[in-house]
Design a protein around this ligand. Structure first.
Ligand code: NAP
Length: 251
């Protein structure tokens, strides 16, 4: 299949593109014919690789520093995206963190940080981008949640709450702007091999693997491929959907 036509000439804004799932999303968008700008606090250690991918596909890739949990910084980052790209056809809210602990040991600061980075940030980016998309009567917003936002997980109350909140936010926004031709969907990944999961003990990783019917851990590309589907016209009749990408873990 010729992937380069899937997002031909689209302008894509990705939060948290410096590594992990976000990095794969940036790469796959470039390979699918889009120009991409990503926001993160640090430039990707592999930014040169992204530039090469962009060059090979006749596209452009940009990094703009932003802390998307901070209202001013997030808004400035989105503003820069419009200045640099000229438009945003696809927004991928991917940046996220964990600050896991049992609820009775959890500090209020840690709780609030997780909610700010994982949930409030999507409100900041969507508030501006959805308005532009509604005006243009087209656009696709993809929010990266998690299976634990659906199933819950002991030790992850703040993370699960933020990811469940993101699903509710996305479905409500989808209803608000569907009539303007803008789609809003969610991807709920299961266990994906990135720096976020690298901190888990080996026995925990092995135990999780036992619960995956497809028998392998997920890769960032598995998630990125689903992003391309939801960003492209291949999914033009899908909005307010939660696409679980977990090898069958929580079916
Ligand atoms: P990761 O490897 O830790 O990468 C996180 C990304 O978010 C980085 O690019 C980081 O960039 C960015 N980020 C964090 N805080 C930020 C902030 N305040 N402002 C701007 N950018 C920020 O994580 P990942 O595993 O790729 O996860 C990506 C998304 O998928 C997250 O939302 C995560 O919850 C979700 N997810 C992951 C898994 C999994 O198994 N890995 C499963 C389900 C869902 P900087 O540090 O440079 O700012």
């Amino acid at each position: 299949m010729d992937k380069t036509v899937l997002l031909k000439d689209k302008k894509v804004l990705v939060t948290g593109g410096s590594r992990g799932i976000g990095f794969a999303v940036v790469e796959e968008c470039l390979k699918s014919g889009a120009d991409v700008l990503y926001l993160s606090r640090t430039e990707s250690a592999a930014h040169e690789q992204l530039k090469e991918t962009a060059e090979q596909n006749g596209r452009q890739v940009y990094w703009v520093p932003a802390d998307i949990s901070d209202e001013e910084s997030a808004e400035e980052g989105v503003k820069k995206a419009y200045e640099v790209l000229g438009a945003v056809d696809v927004l991928v809210n991917n940046a996220g963190i964990t600050r896991d602990s049992l609820v009775f040991r959890m500090k209020r600061e840690a709780w609030e940080e997780v909610l700010r980075v994982n949930l409030t940030s999507a409100f900041y980016t969507c508030r501006t981008v959805a308005r532009h998309m509604a005006k243009n009567r087209s656009g696709s917003i993809i929010n990266i949640s998690s299976v634990v936002g659906i199933s819950g997980n002991g030790g992850q109350t703040s993370y699960s709450a933020s990811k469940a909140g993101l699903i509710g936010f996305s479905k409500s926004l989808a209803k608000e702007i569907a009539s303007r031709g803008v789609r809003v969907n969610v991807i709920a990944p299961g266990y994906i091999e990135t720096e976020m999961t690298a901190v888990l003990k080996d026995e925990i990783t092995q135990a999780i693997k036992q619960q995956i019917p497809l028998g392998v851990l997920g890769s960032p590309k598995h998630v990125a491929d689903s992003v391309i589907f939801l960003a492209s016209d291949m999914s033009s009749y899908i909005t307010g959907h939660v696409l679980v990408v977990d090898g069958g873990m929580i079916m």
